[in-house]
Ligand binder design. Sequence first.
Ligand code: KG4
Ligand code: ZN
Length: 329
Amino acid sequence: MIVLGVESSCDETAAAICSDNKILSTIVCSQIIHSNFGGVVPELASREHELLLNTIVNQALTEASIQKQDLDGIAVTKGPGLAGTLLAGVCFAKGLAQGLEKPIIGINHLEAHIFANFIANPELKFPFVCLLVSGGHTQLWLVKDMGNYTMMGTSRDDAAGEAFDKGARILGLGYPGGPEIEKLGENANPKAVDFPRAFLKDDKLEFSFSGLKTSLRYHLENHPDHLSQGGLPDLAASYQEAVIDALVMQLERALRQHEVRAFACVGGVARNQRLRQRLDALSVKTGLPLMLTRLPYCTDNAAMIAAIAGARPNQPAGMDLDVKPSWSL
Ligand code: KG4
Ligand code: ZN
């Protein structure tokens, strides 16, 4: 089955071709227009998707050496995400599907992130715990089977990626903040500043990052010398370590509470090399295999959208498809 995937839930315009669980091409255009604003501007993002989608889809088809007529279906992100940007992708995909007389399938973006594990690790066995860490979500999932998910915990406030993005803005860095903080703190001291870790009590698998962001702001107000004396890399490394500590601590708790065969981490923040190191260490400590997908499949992409549709060919497909901006799994 040959599927075209289309992704437009936020600020990445993406298209990919998947044939029988093999990714033939994957094109992602990260909209740089938002870097001037320190975050995604929804109206600009929708307009960019409308401008880019046709080119990106044609590029994906050319790279995969596939003709439009060879497609067996078109999969598109239905939600969750920004209403306007989702609409841009769904309208485009509907037009294409109608013109080609092909089925169209709406995909849950979060489920696709979890499924991205299988692109790199087809041998992954159920049940497993999946930490999903992106710009909009920080969630711990117990994945019992394909389509059988239980959410064990989420963030009470900001998502981990959001904590990186907001922290970067406070430090005067660009957007997206995660890679900026990681790069700046690469060879710095993660213990230089002891930022608070919100390890919530009662063995609850929840996260909270808004206090951390506030404490970074207070730290800068109280220690303006830190910046002038070249302390920015240490601040970045310490802030990053606080986010990662909270993620790893709750993941470890989850692994203690449930008997699983492996654990995984997906979403944009899973690109972070320090987090990947810490997860490796957790794998050694728990004796459980760690499944990490390849870096291009961590951040938003259309390969995960096409791949999940290809793996479940009998999904409802039709022109009545609508966006679902707050769709949970
Ligand atoms: O999954 P994703 O591409 O989009 C959403 O679905 O939200 O994740 C984007 C998030 C951003 O907040 C970005 O700062 C974060 O992932 N991110 C990182 C890194 N690369 C991207 N966070 C930490 N370290 C990174 N290397
Ligand atoms: Zn995402």
